[in-house]
Ligand binder design. Structure first.
Ligand code: HEC
Ligand code: HEC
Length: 461
């Protein structure tokens, strides 16, 4: 991304220009009335089709526009009565503090992208708020009785949930954590020149980069930069090409369609046809994720949630998903699955821990995985650990991967017989889909080779 290449000097220039502008307008502001300031400086913010600087951190739910009403007086009175304007000390007004939030962002790239907009918003509001507060006729206007604001503020839980850092964290756990399934083709930062085992992979990746350019590098150096790449490239997809993330129709996102699609067909000379970026999609990497395996589930859950955030579709806290899945490297493998489980049907395996105090299995599962019945009648999947709000485990579990402690566990199995997951890929199956259970109790290492093997014959109701 270009902004990372900006030398420090040009950063200084951006800021010094902004403050020079500030000085010039300060002078003009002194001669303007509050109404003029509102019309000339605040209304342009309101009318602008571009999102306000708040988008740097809030992907939805709040926008500076929401704080502006078409009437100058109504805007002042509603901000004042909401406690966002401090009439005694206008410079300390909360509305100015909110606009200034962006300065504190540790992500320098993000800070710079929005610097100009933020500066303009700040200067406009600072001048207008000051002018209003020093004019007693406006400052002491009566409260708006029976007034219904055009904008009803979303609950704090929703504002928090739609913040960029929550979305990035969720992306890291649900998508970024699965990136080794895309190694080495899309993971330039996982290639290690000092590792002899990577020698071939490095050559292969170089070839792909030469052929396909930067778009082959889907996974960038961090979850933040990766998500930014996906968001930017999804904004204006070329015609005939689906976006990487399709907020309007999540299942039609290339991010999940590519790895669940097969290689392109071969032409009569035996060469692959060009890969397709529209339906039916084909993928030069071949089939890497199976529909309804555990990565498919976590990708789809994240894309759905992201789409709802971006579409500003969450209104109340009870609509928010739990978003509590943590990746792990521990694999569960069920063999000899029961005869009435059809090949390709989707199966969920839930892991319950033993409660020593209660001397019983905990009711809430601590982990789950999902997979489909293979032709060899197995079901495999790496676990996602489930954080529970009251256990506080989020503090110790890592978005890169965590491990269940050694111990006794109960595995409960559920089979999707009604196609529920087709309509709602992120869903958990319920008691109606329950099949049977079995216990496991020894040490459980990480990786597919050391998967915990469970015999389907042992499942009991
Ligand atoms: C640098 C990131 C960042 C920017 C930019 C930002 N916010 Fe926030 N915002 C936060 C964080 C972090 C919180 C939660 C912590 C807190 O309350 O201080 C928050 C909380 C909020 C809340 C809920 C709690 C409260 O303080 O009322 C509102 C409303 C809000 N922001 C509005 C805005 C508006 C409006 C803008 C743009 C003018 C904005 N924010 C810009 C990071 C940001
Ligand atoms: C063996 C190499 C290989 C692996 C592994 C691989 N891919 Fe690919 N992928 C490719 C190649 C080559 C292309 C470019 C040609 C194409 O579009 O099919 C590509 C293209 C893509 C694209 C389109 C990118 C764009 O902007 O045009 C997406 C999305 C994608 N892959 C997702 C994935 C995901 C997710 C995984 C891992 C779960 C994965 N791929 C695993 C080789 C691979």
């Amino acid at each position: 991304m270009v902004w990372f290449l900006y030398p420090v000097t040009s950063v200084l220039i951006v800021f010094s220009l902004a403050s020079a502008e500030g000085l010039a307008t300060d002078d003009a502001d002194r001669k303007s009335t509050p109404i003029e300031l509102f019309e000339q400086r605040i209304m342009p913010v309101f009318r602008s089709p571009k999102p306000s600087s708040c988008v740097q951190c809030h992907l939805a739910s709040v926008d500076l526009k929401d704080y502006i009403l078409p009437s100058h007086e109504q805007t002042f009175v509603s901000l004042r009565d909401e406690g966002l304007i401090d009439v005694k000390n206008p410079d300390a007004s909360k509305i100015l503090k909110l606009i200034e939030m962006g300065e504190k962002d540790l992500d320098r790239g993000a800070r710079l992208i929005h610097a100009r907009t933020r500066r303009a918003e700040y200067d406009a509001f600072a001048a207008w708020v000051k002018a209003c507060c020093s004019d007693p006729k406006i400052r002491d206007l009566p409260s708006l009785k029976g007034f219904i604001p055009v904008h009803v503020r979303k609950p704090d839980r929703v504002i928090e949930f739609t913040r960029r850092n929550r979305v990035v964290d969720s992306f890291a756990r649900n998508v970024w954590s699965q990136r080794m399934r895309c190694f080495p083709c899309h993971t330039p930062h996982e290639l290690d020149e000092s590792n002899l085992k990577h020698e071939k992979a490095i050559v292969r990746h170089k070839e792909l980069e030469q052929k396909y350019g930067q778009r082959i590098n889907i996974f960038r150096d961090t979850p933040e930069t990766t998500l930014r790449h996906l968001m930017v490239s999804s904004r204006n997809p070329r015609t005939g090409r689906l976006p990487l993330i399709n907020a309007a129709d999540p299942a039609k996102s290339l991010l999940i369609l590519k790895p669940t699609s097969k290689l392109p067909k071969k032409d009569t000379d035996g060469n692959f046809e060009n890969p397709s970026h529209a339906e039916p999609v084909s993928h030069m990497g071949g089939l890497k994720i199976h529909v309804n395996d555990q990565s498919y589930k976590s990708f789809m859950a994240w894309i759905h949630d992201y789409s709802r955030v971006i579409g500003d579709q969450y209104a109340s806290p009870d609509e928010l998903p739990l978003d509590n899945w943590y990746p792990s490297m521990q694999v569960l493998r069920l063999k000899n699955v029961p005869e009435n489980w059809e090949v390709l049907s989707s199966v969920q395996l839930f892991v319950h821990a033993w409660d020593d105090l209660e001397k019983s299995w905990q009711e809430q599962p601590v982990a789950f995985t999902q997979g489909t019945v293979t032709p060899r009648r197995m079901v495999n999947g790496a676990l996602f650990l489930l954080a529970s709000a009251d256990a506080g485990v989020q503090d110790t579990w890592d978005r890169e991967g965590s491990t269940l402690p050694t111990g006794r566990y109960l595995i409960k199995t559920y089979v999707d017989r009604s196609g529920r997951l087709d309509n709602d890929p992120a869903a958990f199956l319920t008691e109606a889909d329950y099949f049977g259970q079995a216990t496991v109790n020894d040490i459980w290492k990480e990786g597919f080779r050391d998967a915990k093997l469970l015999d389907g014959m042992l499942l009991k109701k």
